[in-house]
Design a binder for this molecule. Structure first.
Ligand SMILES: CC(=O)[C@@H](O)[C@H](O)COP(=O)(O)O
Ligand SMILES: NCC(=O)COP(=O)(O)O
Length: 248
């Protein structure tokens, strides 16, 4: 069964607009986990535009102390500061993303083979700490063998190109590319995650066409829907969309 990890970045983005503690990132985390989300994801960027380092400690404690059956996933670029933050908080999973500090959002995956000097030591340190490692990658079947070779446990397929072209011939092309990438990852012994710009509208076709997806992490789209229906109902709708169309 494909797990749903709710990304809380956009809750933090709204909170940061004023010197006030609401909306509460921990409070929304409780709501989404109580509603059936399998985990939470955060992406603490260096400029703390949304998720702050303090949020990471608060959410790690929440999952550890109150939701031992749920997962915590921290995303980010593996610089020394990020690696230290992750090791201090010991999430279930870390997802390394090749983002430049000034990027507006994540918009590409790793050139794994060309980033060995950046990735190898952080991956080793995560594994020594018992933290599962996922690498954010583009829809390219040539990448998974490199990810397996460098020691990753999982890849996360960057689904942004698909999300932005859903319902068009280009979107169908991206579905086919993600399908072959997923198959290549399974052949390389990797587990497959996916995320970026997934929505209630484009999730069913993705789930039907892309096999063996263990986890989808969703933030922007589910937060937009939550503004209309509330987070609890949004989580139920996304879980239903995942469950009804989980590829066989
Ligand atoms: C890695 C990825 O695709 C997203 O999880 C990322 O967290 C989005 O970052 P923003 O929320 O800053 O756009
Ligand atoms: N890894 C993807 C993620 O956590 C959320 O991406 P998005 O749904 O905010 O685009």
């Amino acid at each position: 069964m494909t797990a749903l990890s709710v990304n809380l970045n956009k809750v933090a983005l709204l909170r940061n607009q004023r010197d006030l503690p609401w909306p509460s990132v921990v409070g929304i985390a409780r709501i989404v986990l109580d509603a059936g989300a399998d985990g939470i994801t955060v992406h603490p960027r260096p400029d703390e535009r949304h998720i702050r380092r303090s949020d990471v400690y608060d959410l790690a404690a929440l999952v550890r102390d109150e939701y031992p059956d749920k997962e915590f996933n921290i995303e980010g670029y593996p610089d020394d500061s990020f690696v230290a933050l992750v090791l201090e908080n010991k999430p279930h999973q870390v997802t390394f993303v090749p983002d430049d500090p000034n990027q507006a959002t994540s918009d590409h995956g790793w050139d794994v083979k060309g980033s060995h000097n950046v990735l190898a030591d952080p991956i080793r340190r995560m594994k020594e700490a018992g933290i599962r490692v996922s690498l954010f990658v583009d829809e390219d079947p040539n990448i998974p063998p490199d990810a397996a070779e460098i020691g990753a446990d999982r890849i996360e397929i960057y689904t942004g190109p698909y999300g932005g072209t859903f319902g068009t011939p280009e979107g169908d092309h991206h579905l086919q590319r993600m399908q072959v990438t997923s198959r290549a990852a399974s052949a390389a012994g990797l587990v497959i995650n996916a995320g970026h710009d997934l929505t209630l509208e484009n999730l069913p076709a993705f789930m039907e066409q892309v096999p063996n997806v263990a986890e989808v992490s969703i933030g922007h789209g589910i937060t937009a829907d939550a503004l209309l229906m509330g987070f609890a109902e949004a989580v139920r709708r996304y879980k239903s969309a995942i469950t009804l169309t989980d590829s066989k």
